[in-house]
Design a protein around this ligand. Sequence first.
Ligand SMILES: Cc1cc2nc3c(=O)[nH]c(=O)nc-3n(C[C@H](O)[C@H](O)[C@H](O)COP(=O)(O)OP(=O)(O)OC[C@H]3O[C@@H](n4cnc5c(N)ncnc54)[C@H](O)[C@@H]3O)c2cc1C
Length: 406
Amino acid sequence: MVVVGGGVVGLSTAYALLRRGFAVTLIEAAAGVGRKASYANGGQLSYRYVSPLADAGVPLAALQWMRRADSPIALTLRADFRQWRWLLAFLRACRAETNRRNAEQLLTLALHAQTTLGEWRNEGLEPFAWRRAGKLIIHRQGRALNAAAKHIVQPELQQVLDDRECIGIEPALAGLHGRFAGGIYTPGEEVADCAQFCQALLTRMEAMSHFAYRRGNASFVAEGDRIGVHVNGMAVEADGVVAATGLETAALLRRCGIDLPIYGLKGYSLTVPDADGAVPEVSVTDYANRVVYARIGTRLRAAAMVDIGAADAEPNLRRIAQLKALAQDIFPQASRYENAEAWAGFRPATPTGLPIVGRSERYRNMFINTGQGALGFTLAPACGELIADIASGTRPVVPLAAFAPS
Ligand SMILES: Cc1cc2nc3c(=O)[nH]c(=O)nc-3n(C[C@H](O)[C@H](O)[C@H](O)COP(=O)(O)OP(=O)(O)OC[C@H]3O[C@@H](n4cnc5c(N)ncnc54)[C@H](O)[C@@H]3O)c2cc1C
């Protein structure tokens, strides 16, 4: 099998296939693996917080956010019919019933991902700063906290806490006392370093038989009802091909007549190296500002924002300054903000939030694994396993219909 794309999704797919006995060649265009969307993401393995961005309250909230320069979501409309088509499909997916159905599908997939990662961690991967840190989602207003409490998916595993109880669990929040209502605490959630996980998977696979890693810019070529792979213009032998090229997948497959509804939602992160002082041990989400915070090894990572229609991949200085101000406000005691590293990446997102995982209807030797959006790190092991299930003719643990490429 040839897997194209060395982000967290492609690497997880390659590893799942190798574990099932396939010979795998992984092709990556960049100088190393995990350099694009998988590089400095929020680090959240957020198994029980998978509700899609497309939700009933979002269109109205987005209108209010549009008027605020510091809004968590920003929309720049472009003369680009693909953006408009994506936005229309997004609005359709905001229906409460659609959101509920899609969230259920994602929860099943995410819980499978947690089990899968648990198995993989026991298979000799190098450390990737994995911790069962627990997740605390804090709400500034009592009304928002009450609304969130109604959406708890596993009440036996999650707790609704007032502000004092939150500070008891995460003392680094002490400075926020009196400025938030409380939070939802989920002890089973995890954090890790996505870029290190990518490298750990590559190192592990390089130590296994029947694995090859090639650097090169791949293209997909239609050959009747099959797909061929060319790397730097040369054909590569491939019985089966997996397209796991993140945001690029849409453009790469369009040339073969496959139209995928993937759009890049730009986001930002700040990483404070060697953070000390009051760094949170628990992973904290400031819901009102949609910022996630996690201690990843010795670093503090803050990640946030959805810019729709961003022109380039550069970290926007205004957004970065905003993220730094929010982080300093909530965790003022965590030091060394002046050394923080800024990063921006594009989440490869479908309008519904459901990833596209499955066999192409048109090309029988092609598999597609992309569109994980804001949950790529969380979902990657499960999505990789699903591709391995289909390729090996095993009945998938998770029903596939919702994720099938149309
Ligand atoms: C700010 C931010 C915060 C996030 N936080 C979280 C989080 O906390 N938890 C979570 O689960 N997810 C998070 N995500 C989402 C997650 O990072 C992505 O969903 C995930 O990284 C996507 O992985 P991927 O492998 O599909 O894409 P990528 O990592 O972009 O990998 C695709 C790879 O394909 C390669 N490629 C493309 N075209 C070609 C070609 N023609 N030939 C060869 N190679 C090619 C690229 O070079 C790249 O390496 C976040 C994203 C952002 C932007």
